[in-house]
Each structure stands twice: as C-alpha cells, then as structure tokens.
Design a protein around this ligand. Structure first.
Ligand code: UDP
Length: 239
C-alpha cells in the first residue's frame, strides 16, 4: 500500500486548485482520484484499482483525513485534505470562468435534474452537454456517448470504486478532459443532502457526521477505515 501513498499529490489545496485551473485552461487530459481509505483497501484486492492508484499519470489527492494521518506513519508529508466535494465545487467555478463544457454522470435522476438546475443558476457559463443518471444498466454505453461529445469536464458519481474503474477503463480513448469520480458530491451540490457543519469540517471529523446522519455507513466505515489503520501500521514496520 506504500506505493499508493507515494503516488499521492503532496501539495496543499491552494496549489492543487491553481494546477486544476491551468489544466482546464490548457485542455489537458487528467484523471483525478479523491482518495479515502476505502479505495486504498480496495487496491489490495482489485487489480484495476491497484493499477490506477500506482499510476503516476493519475492525480490522486487525499480526500479522507485517514489518508493524511496515515501518510505520516509512513513518513510521507501530505499537508492537508483536499475534499472531493470541494474539488467538484472548484471545478464548477473554474468551468464557469472558462465557459467549459460539462458532462454529469451518476446519482438518482431527481438529484441529477436538481443539480442541472443549480448549475444553470449559479454557473450560467457552463455548457452542460449531457447528463445521465447512475442507475442505467449500460454504463459503458454512457461513456461511448461521452466520447462523441468530448467535454472539457466529466464528473462521475457512481460510488467508489465503480466510478474510478469506469473512468480508467475508457480514459485512453479521450484526447482531453478532466475526469473525476465524485462519490456523493451530486447529492450535496444539488442541495438534496447537507454537507457537515463547519465545526465537523474544521475538526476533520466530517466522516463522523456522515455516520451520525446515516448509521448504515458504520459497517462500511469499519471495514475500510479501521482495517486500513492496522494495514498501514503493519506496513510502517516494514522497512
Ligand atoms: N450511485 C449511482 N449508481 C449506483 C450506485 C450509486 O449513481 O449504481 C450514486 C448514489 O446515488 C450516490 C453516489 O453514487 O449519489 C455515491 O454516494 P456515496 O455517498 O455512497 O459515495 P461516497 O462519497 O461515500 O463514496
């Protein structure tokens, strides 16, 4: 797992957002993973996830505080979290400033429709070239549609790691585009779900808020985060 940490983006949010802006302006092709312990644990079991987390062409930022803290155990300095939902928000701002084209893929239909309305109101310069909810059977087919549209930005909200696996599978067929797996961000950006109050965000316990609001997440949290800490501790003892 050490190699996943070594491959992480190691600068702060400010530097990342400035690079993100440049990538959009210069029409680069970039795949951004906003990593939490869950995807690092999946990398140990799933070869496609292992490959993308080890790929230096993929930009992996530390979304979860667990990643930031555990990096320290391995003597790798990650200055701060770069939360996935903030990456999505920032990308929308940048897209608005640059009149970029956008494709939205994922979440439930009503959430997606609400998000399109929010974007049209708050970011009127964004050109939404297409959107598809995340419950369609033929997800590869949606990517075929995205290829013909060649948008500047593609946000995929299907949950970890399905969203990342789908992007990675099709990435080589694109010449440009910023691709991000954004998890539950559509739910938040559409206004359907509230993000944690500032106190939780500031204290880096946004994960606790999500469990309190949705106790069904507890099992998922244990399976990924608690086991993750033990896995990193074991690794930190191997020289
Ligand atoms: N989702 C989807 N299709 C699926 C499964 C999930 O579109 O087959 C969506 C779901 O509606 C939600 C997002 O994927 O909007 C995942 O949200 P979650 O909060 O679980 O993601 P996290 O940020 O915790 O990875």
């Amino acid at each position: 797992m050490r190699k996943y940490f070594e491959n992480l983006y190691k600068k702060d949010c400010k530097a990342f957002y400035s690079e993100l802006e440049q990538w959009v302006k210069t029409e680069q092709k970039k795949f951004i993973i906003t990593a939490n312990p869950e995807i690092f644990m999946q990398g140990e079991k799933d070869s496609a996830v292992n490959q993308m987390l080890s790929d230096s062409a993929v930009t992996t930022v530390a979304d979860g505080i667990g990643i930031v803290k555990c990096a320290k155990l391995l003597n790798i300095d990650i200055p701060e979290r770069i939360p996935g939902v903030e990456v999505s928000e920032k990308l929308l701002q940048i897209a608005n400033e640059n009149s970029s084209s956008l494709f939205l893929f994922g979440a439930k239909r009503d959430i997606l429709e609400a998000l399109c309305r929010v974007i049209s109101e708050k970011f009127p310069n964004i050109n939404i070239v297409g959107c598809e909810d995340g419950y369609t059977e033929d997800k590869d087919g949606v990517f075929e549609q995205i290829k013909t549209l060649s948008p500047d930005i593609v946000l995929v909200a299907l949950g970890v790691p399905a969203q990342e696996k789908l992007i990675y599978k099709h990435l080589s067929d694109f010449k440009k585009g910023i691709f991000v797996g954004v998890g539950g961000s559509f739910d938040v950006l559409s206004g359907a779900k509230a993000r944690a109050p500032k106190f939780f965000i500031k204290c880096n316990i946004e994960w606790l808020y999500r469990i309190l609001k949705e106790p069904s997440r507890l099992k998922r949290f244990y399976n990924s985060n608690v086991k993750f800490i033990f896995a990193v501790k074991r690794e930190s003892k191997i020289k």
